[in-house]
Every structure is written in structure tokens, then in C-alpha cells.
Design a protein around this ligand. Structure first.
Ligand SMILES: [Zn+2]
Length: 85
């Protein structure tokens, strides 16, 4: 079963702190972002693959897939144990 991928993020502009919701591309990293308020052109910080990893409240979809999903797996195991009982 594929785990749920978050495809929208709240991006906080480092220049004016304006927060805006943006849709993330599923299979790509977005390397630029224009703040709607101050029109600052955002670029990823060093070591980050995209502006969502740097300024968003969620990692980008490619990163989300790489993360270990231990918590989710434990939850699923508990649920199936209840069903079998
Ligand atoms: Zn801004």
C-alpha cells in the first residue's frame, strides 16, 4: 500500500514572512518560487533539494517517499491485529 503523499505546502517567505499555500510537483523538485507579496525570488538553501524543503512546512514529495514510515507501519500493524482478533 502506498503511503499518502502531501502535495501542498505552506511556504513562508524568508524576506517578508508572508505564508502562501502552494502545490508541489509530485516527481520533481521546485528550485524557485516567487513570493506573491514582496515578489522575492526564493531559492533552496544549501543542502536542500527544493524551496519546499527550505521554506515549506512539508518536505517535497520525492523526499517524503524517502523518509522511513515507522510510525505509519506500527499503526497499520495494530489495525490488522484488531481485525484478526
Ligand atoms: Zn515575501
Amino acid at each position: 500500500m502506498e503511503k499518502e503523499i502531501i502535495t501542498t505546502a505552506n511556504v513562508t517567505c524568508p524576506s517578508c514572512e508572508h505564508v502562501q499555500t502552494a502545490e508541489m510537483p509530485i516527481d520533481a523538485c521546485q528550485h524557485f518560487f516567487i513570493c506573491q507579496k514582496c515578489e522575492e525570488n526564493l531559492n533552496p538553501k544549501d543542502g536542500d533539494c527544493c524551496i519546499f524543503c527550505s521554506y515549506g512546512d512539508s518536505k517535497c514529495p520525492p523526499r517524503q517517499r524517502e523518509l522511513p514510515s515507522n510510525e505509519q507501519q506500527q499503526q497499520n500493524a495494530q489495525e490488522s491485529a484488531d481485525e484478526n482478533d
